[in-house]
Design a protein around this ligand. Structure first.
Ligand code: AMP
Length: 288
């Protein structure tokens, strides 16, 4: 399939073959390449990663693929917003190539391989979405191996995902540098997310307080409150806001995501939260 140069201002590759051909052309000219994987429904958080890529390399690829294998059957795969034309419009002047394959191209009949990790995947998101990280690791491995970029960029919004990808790339000797970009937030501090469109006005208001409680809980821990006491208090406050279920509110080692033994943080610590309000599940995290 040739590159699609007719639909939008930015050329779109729909298969591994056209992606590889475009990258090979750049490589021949000695240009460096970054990949920014996304599921589309782009917002300023995604765009900040593309801007970061632009600062680092000569050519930027943004992939747009709503990956079915990282959604469990009860999750929002079919409802997930799909806005390709708008997404490509937002990338004009920023990305050099869009990679937007379909599911049959990524997972042809007979596809049988899964990349799964132990350790870093075994708590937090891994507890509540047990098949999620195998889906993420497999699709990210494929995207990186298809594009073979110098760097791949991920958001700190999905902190555990970033740690999973760093681990996978190190373990499998995948020759790419992984960069994390800071979390972009709305005016009230709500972490930007493609899923925020699901929130009703009332839920949106409560959601804006999640980051405040996260910050205050982190500050309490930093000032010496035992982790279990601070997170129990923070968890109660999140439910009092109108959240329906708290999946977790935890302070963990920032890299390994292991729990701290003595109920107080050591070295680099991160606070992470996941909570549901109505039909929307929100996650956020910050340094302690
Ligand atoms: P997604 O489309 O939700 O899979 O996200 C694609 C990439 O954008 C992932 O690396 C996310 O971590 C990142 N991302 C999502 N939301 C934000 C945000 N608010 N700030 C920075 N990066 C983000």
């Amino acid at each position: 399939m040739p590159l699609d140069t007719a639909s939008y201002e930015i050329p779109v590759a729909r298969s591994a073959g056209d992606l590889r051909e475009a990258v090979a052309g750049w490589r021949k000219d000695g240009l460096s390449v970054a990949l920014v994987p996304t599921m589309g429904a782009l917002h300023a958080g995604h765009i900040s990663l593309v801007d970061l890529a632009r600062e680092k390399v000569d050519r930027v690829i943004v992939s747009i693929f709503v990956n079915p294998t990282q959604f469990a059957p009860n999750e929002d795969f079919s409802a997930y917003p799909r806005t390709e034309a708008e997404d490509v419009g937002k990338l004009e002047g920023k990305a050099d190539l869009i990679f937007a394959p379909n599911a049959a191209d990524m997972y042809p009949e007979g596809f049988s391989t899964t990349v799964s990790l132990t350790g870093v995947t075994e708590s937090l998101e891994g507890t509540f979405r047990p098949t999620h990280f195998a889906g993420v690791a497999t699709v990210v491995a494929k995207l990186i191996l298809r594009a073979l970029p110098d760097i791949a960029i991920f958001g700190e919004k999905d902190w555990q995902q970033l740690m999973v990808i760093r681990r996978m790339v190190a373990d499998l000797d995948i020759p790419v540098k992984i960069l994390g970009g800071p979390i972009m937030r709305e005016a009230d501090g709500l972490a930007m997310s493609s899923r925020n469109v699901y929130l009703t006005p009332e839920e949106r208001k409560a959601a804006g307080q999640l980051n405040v409680i996260l910050r205050e809980t982190a500050d309490a821990v930093a000032k010496g409150t035992p982790i279990s006491k601070a997170t129990a208090e923070g968890g109660k406050r999140i439910l009092a806001l109108g959240f329906d279920k708290l999946d977790y509110l935890e302070v963990r080692d920032a890299a390994s995501l292991a729990a701290f033994q003595g109920d107080k943080p050591e070295g680099s610590a991160r606070i992470l939260v996941a909570a549901k309000i109505g039909r929307t599940r929100l996650i956020d995290n910050m340094p302690v």
